[in-house]
Unconditional design. Structure first.
Length: 297
């Protein structure tokens, strides 16, 4: 009991200084792995040193800090849950002990027994947003954390600047507003919105996936997620560009068929449009096959 009380007291002291407790191999084995323990520990295994070039680790760490701060400064804060972090350069032996070969990884260590499969957060499928981490922790510990984010006025400022810009443009062109009825301009704006939505930008906004994934063993970077249940931010950008190229090809084909210009020029436009559609649609289909392994069904 004295040993347990000492461990809890030490963790509470560290938590009072910093919401996320940094741990090396010795601290991890003493406070997380070794009994006795009557508290849960959430550990983020990461690689934040600049030479590791893990941009996803830095993004995930920001969300993790938001969640830990929300818990530390909430009225429900207690000694039943602690947030810790193990950096590869400070605890490589811990990574080897757990056979861990990727970062970032979130794990929950319960008060009793060994972690189960569900105690490892499914980052690739769910993303690392603080709200998703809080939901996972509630499922594993029954501790409900209300996420409080620091105020961010960048969106409000950007919207105000956009409204001011549009209002200023309309004021300057108040005597000649024919451009408002330009069908081509509205069509381009509509296409931009369609490309953004069909490429998964809203999914990215909700789930907060990493931009790409770098394998720490061989350094290979993946821009396309191998599962149909998830995607990377870079993947949505690639899909957006492919859809735009296919649309451009269809526009050129339509132009070649409906215009009344020179036959030779129309033939060139037709071949260019056909090439765009065939090449980029094939590329798009190959990505679909790599994610939906049962295709064609």
């Amino acid at each position: 009991q004295n040993l347990l009380a000492e461990k809890v007291e030490q963790l509470m002291e560290w938590s009072s200084r910093r919401s996320v407790i940094r741990m090396n191999g010795d601290k991890f084995r003493r406070f997380v792995k070794a009994p006795p323990r009557n508290y849960s520990v959430v550990v983020m295994f990461t690689a934040l040193q600049p030479q590791r070039q893990c941009s996803v680790c830095r993004q995930a760490n920001e969300e993790y800090q938001v969640l830990a701060n929300s818990w530390r400064y909430s009225s429900a804060f207690s000694n039943k849950l602690f947030f810790t972090i193990v950096d590869y350069d400070e605890g490589a032996d811990v990574f080897q002990q757990l056979n861990m070969n990727s970062a970032p990884t979130f794990m929950h260590f319960p008060p009793k027994g060994k972690p189960k499969r569900a105690d490892t957060f499914d980052l690739q499928r769910i993303g690392f947003a603080a709200e998703q981490l809080a939901k996972w922790i509630a499922d594993r510990t029954d501790v409900h954390i209300r996420v409080f984010r620091p105020p961010n006025y960048s969106g409000t400022i950007a919207l105000a600047l956009l409204v001011s810009l549009v209002g200023g443009l309309l004021y300057l062109r108040r005597n000649n507003l024919e451009f408002i009825y330009n069908k081509t301009g509205w069509a381009m704006a509509a296409l931009c919105v369609v490309f953004a939505m069909t490429s998964g930008q809203m999914w990215n906004h909700i789930r907060g996936p990493p931009y790409a994934h770098k394998n720490p063993q061989n350094g290979q970077v993946s821009y396309i997620h191998g599962s149909s249940q998830a995607q990377f931010v870079a993947e949505s950008h690639i899909i957006l560009l492919l859809n735009a190229a296919i649309t451009m090809g269809m526009v050129l084909l339509n132009e070649a068929a409906t215009s009344k210009g020179d036959v030779g020029k129309r033939r060139i436009i037709c071949l260019v449009g056909l090439g765009l559609v065939v090449f980029f649609f094939s590329f798009l289909l190959s990505i679909f096959r790599s994610k939906y392994h049962g295709y064609p069904y």
